[in-house]
Structure formats: structure tokens, C-alpha cells
Design a binder for this molecule. Structure first.
Ligand SMILES: Nc1ncnc2c1ncn2[C@@H]1O[C@H](COP(=O)(O)OP(=O)(O)OP(=O)(O)O)[C@@H](O)[C@H]1O
Ligand SMILES: [Mg+2]
Length: 489
């Protein structure tokens, strides 16, 4: 008998059929992969099975017995963080099931157990630290520790590795295998198809809310996975290299320090250039972009824009000067979940839609509609609130907003995180077009393939400094890693 089974599981939101009669089962001791385009219904499936939302119809069975609503036997790691920022790491890990001794909260056990779970992940996180002080990858580790510290039989993991580096992912996989080998089951959702093949025993493909196929993972190569997800052949991932020659220097950064993360960084970025930024987590890449974008205090050094020295004290000043920053932390600083697609795209650039002091609503709507069409954002209704969008579609909205200010410098920080293969091609094409149109672009990424596929020059950061620039024949994954780790000078 399957450990977990769904029968004709269906979920509709008004007119949208997010999930249509999905019948799927997972055996104990196995990992089932769930893949599909943005908006295919993967998270909806996970939310129904974990009891976070109520299905419109259909059944969920655990060891043959129907389950209604949440049960401790089925746990999930949600796609968007579900942590209470003001509580500590330990308090979050034990939220809702705090240990007690003689009726009192047993803080000691809570901390020790949290420390043990985090140590298994080799995550250097203090159980007493408030969650609000953690980096996105730190928060992800806390979500993972939380899931593995409860006694569940089935674990649904919704894109747990999007913000983890390869090393962290390896550790996660080891813990997943341990959990699986104890006779439990995992449902694993991801857009990283090679990882899906590596960790999963079987792979299910969703398209538009419908289960398209289930196969043994040995029988399914990533190219075939992509074809089934999208429903057509994807010929290439990256646009062909550009023939355009970079123009004048647009952005010049000299001995920039924003302590403690950024210690000494110098580089120049020309109009039409696309400079990659590689490095391990904690190398200071995001902090560098934040310092340039007015989100972080600069301690010393200079930033020049088109030859003129600038020092932005607020992000609004940077935007006004033509600097767009696409944040890696979509939830924290990126989007406004309760506002519409239109508001999210045009809010930062409202000034562009004012004629003689009057807000031109129809111009803003028109612009929003254009982006929705261009990036195939789902749903197409620009008045839909952002929280009703799937994770990848929210990311596309964030890209559109950055574009809408009409930037001369665009800094992308992990732009394709959580974005499906087809939409990823579109974002790459768009980044290339943007660079070719003369915008100076910076591409921060932890995805080596992405950096190598897109950039002709890559700056590698290590411990807040520039470890080196790589171009030409030296552009290989090995070379970037050497510099990032500091093995080779
Ligand atoms: N609260 C909601 N209200 C209305 N529609 C919703 C809501 N939540 C999800 N949807 C819709 O349901 C569909 C499936 O969304 P879901 O989040 O399950 O996609 P997904 O496969 O997880 O995508 P992604 O890869 O982008 O995370 C989408 O069309 C989405 O817009
Ligand atoms: Mg999702």
C-alpha cells in the first residue's frame, strides 16, 4: 500500500482550476519529484496535502486512511518562508509544539534540540538569534531544521534549494536520504531538473493543474522533463553571444567598503556590458549591490555614475538616478503581496505616469499589461493581488518593476530563482536585450551555468573583496570555484 495517496484531488480559485483531479501515490522509502512550469499547481498540491488549504474535492489517504486537514504525520517546507521574524530560531523550530517540564516552557531542551538539528545541516546558526537577523539561506535552513525535527512520515518540500549553494544542497540531500531510508516518504518540488533527477526515485510532471506523467527517474533526462513541462521542444537555454561592443563607462566603483560584508571592491561597468558576479554565500555580493543601490551604508570608497560621484542615502535616490536593483529576497524587500500586479510594477516608477502632476492611470495600466504579455505572467489580470500568483510569476513581476524605472544600470541578484525553464529563457533573452540596448548590467548569481552562459566577463568575490576577474578562455566553472574558495590565487 502506498504511504500517501491522493484521489482526484482538485482545487479551484474562482475561475482558475489550480489543480484538476490529481491522483498520485508515494511509497514509503521513496522520494517523488514534482515538476512543472510556474503556475502548474505544484505548491497548490503541497498546500492541500499538508492541510494548509482545503481542496475543492478529492481525497487524501495516509496508509489507506482518509486525512482531513493538517496532521502531524504530514509536514511541509513551504515555498515562501513561514517563520515568525520576531521569535528566535529555536522558538520557530518548536512553534506550536513547545516542550514543557512541569507545565513550564522547557527552553533548554528547545535550544539543545535546535542546535542538534542545525548541526546535522552544518548550519552555523545560533538557536537564540531572532529569525529577523538571518540571511535568506539561513532562514531556509531553519525551515528545513524545523521540518526534520518533527515526527512526520511524509514531508513535502517546495523548492527548498532555490537559495542554497551546492554545498548546502549536498548536505540537505544526505539528510533527505536518511529520512527516506527510515521508511518515510518525501515529495520534492523543484525547478532544478538535474537535482530532481539526482534525489528522486520517481518524477511526476504537472501542466496547467493536470498530472501529465509519472516515471522512474532513471528513465527521464532533464531535456525530456523540460519538454513535458512546457509541452514543446526547448532548443536552447541561453541567447547567442552579443556582437555589441560595450560603450562608455557608466558605473565606477572604487575601494568600496560597507562593513562588515564589503571590505574593498573596485570595478567598472560600461554601457551595454553584462558583468557577472560569482562567489560563495557570504562573499558580500548582495551587500555590494545593496550599497550601490542606497540600501546599505557605505563606510568608504567612491561610486561614480557616468563620471559623477554619487552617494545615495535612500533607495529612492538611487532609483531616481536610474539604478535598478532586483533583490534576491523577493519576500523581504521585493514585493507587496496585498497589492495588485499593476501596483507592484508601477509603484516605484509612479513619477513616469504623472502628466502635469496628475496620475495617468490608463498609461500605468497599459504599461503593466505590456509586461504581463511580454513575460507571460499568469494570471493576465493586472488587478490580481500578488499573493495569488505562483512563486515564479511573482519573480517575473519583480523583474518588470525593475525595468519600469527606465534604468541605466540594472543589478540582477539571482534573477531566475524559482523560475521555470521556459520563463528562464525569456528572462535571459530579456537581460541580453537590455544590455544590447545600452544598459549597464550586473548579474549576481550562484548558478555557475547561468553566469557562464550569459557573461563574457565575471568578477569573483571572496570575503568582501574581489578575488579576481575571469574572461576569455579562462571562463570555466573550475576557475570560478578556485577563485571563490581561494585555493588558487
Ligand atoms: N490564493 C490564490 N488565489 C487565486 N489563485 C491562486 C491562489 N493561489 C494560487 N493561485 C493560482 O493557482 C495556480 C497554481 O499556482 P501554484 O502556486 O500551485 O503554482 P506552482 O506550480 O507552485 O508554480 P511556481 O513554480 O511558480 O511556484 C496559478 O495559476 C496561481 O495563479
Ligand atoms: Mg510553487
Amino acid at each position: 500500500m502506498a504511504l500517501l495517496e491522493t484521489r482526484e484531488l482538485t482545487k479551484s480559485y474562482d475561475a482558475v482550476a489550480a489543480l484538476q483531479a490529481v491522483s498520485l501515490s508515494v511509497e514509503s522509502g521513496t522520494v517523488l519529484g514534482l515538476i512543472g512550469e510556474n503556475g502548474a499547481g505544484k505548491s497548490t498540491f503541497a498546500k492541500c496535502v499538508t492541510g494548509l488549504i482545503r481542496p475543492t474535492s478529492g481525497e487524501i489517504l495516509l496508509e489507506g486512511r482518509p486525512v482531513h486537514g493538517a496532521t502531524p504525520a504530514i509536514a511541509g517546507i513551504p515555498q515562501e518562508f513561514n517563520l515568525v521574524e520576531d521569535l528566535t530560531v529555536a522558538e520557530n523550530i518548536f512553534l506550536g509544539r513547545e516542550p514543557s517540564r512541569f507545565g513550564l516552557l522547557d527552553r533548554k531542551t528547545m535550544c539543545e534540540e535546535s542546535r542538534r538539528q542545525l548541526a546535522r545541516l552544518q548550519a552555523d546558526i545560533d538557536p537564540d538569534a531572532p529569525v529577523s537577523t538571518l540571511s535568506p539561506s539561513g532562514k531556509q535552513m531553519v525551515e528545513i531544521a524545523k521540518a526534520f525535527s518533527c515526527d512526520c512520515r511524509v514531508l513535502l518540500m517546495d523548492e527548498p534549494t532555490t537559495i542554497l549553494n551546492p554545498e548546502e544542497t549536498k548536505r540537505l540531500f544526505a539528510i533527505m536520504r536518511e529520512f527516506r531510508d527510515r521508511g518515510n516518504a518525501i515529495i520534492y518540488i523543484s525547478h532544478k531538473l538535474a537535482e530532481v533527477k539526482e534525489i528522486c526515485d520517481r518524477i511526476a510532471v504537472f501542466r496547467d493543474g493536470v498530472l501529465v506523467s509519472v516515471d522512474d527517474s532513471e528513465a527521464l533526462e532533464p531535456a525530456e522533463m523540460a519538454r513535458r513541462m512546457v509541452g514543446r521542444e526547448l532548443t536552447r537555454m541561453f541567447p547567442p553571444p552579443s556582437a555589441a561592443v560595450p560603450g562608455e563607462v557608466e558605473l565606477e566603483v572604487e575601494h568600496l567598503a560597507a562593513l562588515p560584508a564589503v571590505r574593498d571592491v573596485s570595478f567598472t561597468l560600461r554601457r551595454g556590458e553584462l558583468l557577472g558576479v560569482a562567489g560563495l554565500a557570504g562573499a558580500g555580493r548582495t551587500e555590494l549591490a545593496e550599497a550601490i543601490a542606497g540600501l546599505r551604508k557605505i563606510d568608504s570608497g567612491t561610486v561614480r555614475l557616468a563620471g559623477r560621484e554619487v552617494r545615495f542615502r535612500t533607495p529612492a535616490q538611487a532609483v531616481a538616478a536610474g539604478i535598478s536593483y532586483l533583490s534576491e529576497d523577493r519576500q523581504g524587500t521585493g514585493i507587496l503581496p496585498d497589492f495588485s500586479i499593476e501596483a507592484n510594477i508601477t509603484l516605484v516608477s509612479l513619477a513616469r505616469y504623472c502628466r502635469g502632476g496628475i496620475f495617468d492611470r490608463s498609461a500605468a495600466e497599459e504599461a503593466a499589461r505590456n509586461y504581463v504579455a511580454r513575460f507571460r505572467i499568469k494570471p493576465r489580470d493586472i488587478s490580481a493581488p500578488l499573493r495569488a500568483l505562483s512563486g515564479g510569476n511573482q519573480q517575473k513581476v519583480a523583474v518588470a518593476r525593475g525595468l519600469d524605472i527606465g534604468p541605466t544600470v540594472f543589478m540582477f541578484d539571482e534573477p531566475t530563482r524559482g523560475v521555470d525553464v521556459a520563463a528562464r529563457c525569456e528572462i535571459y533573452e530579456f537581460i541580453r536585450e537590455l544590455a544590447d540596448s545600452g544598459v549597464a548590467c550586473l548579474l549576481i548569481s550562484s548558478d555557475m551555468e547561468e553566469l557562464l552562459g550569459m557573461c563574457r566577463k565575471i568578477m569573483v568575490m571572496r570575503e568582501g573583496q574581489v578575488a579576481g576577474f575571469v574572461e576569455g578562455d579562462l571562463l570555466t566553472e573550475a576557475e570560478l570555484m578556485y577563485l571563490a574558495i581561494g585555493v588558487k590565487e
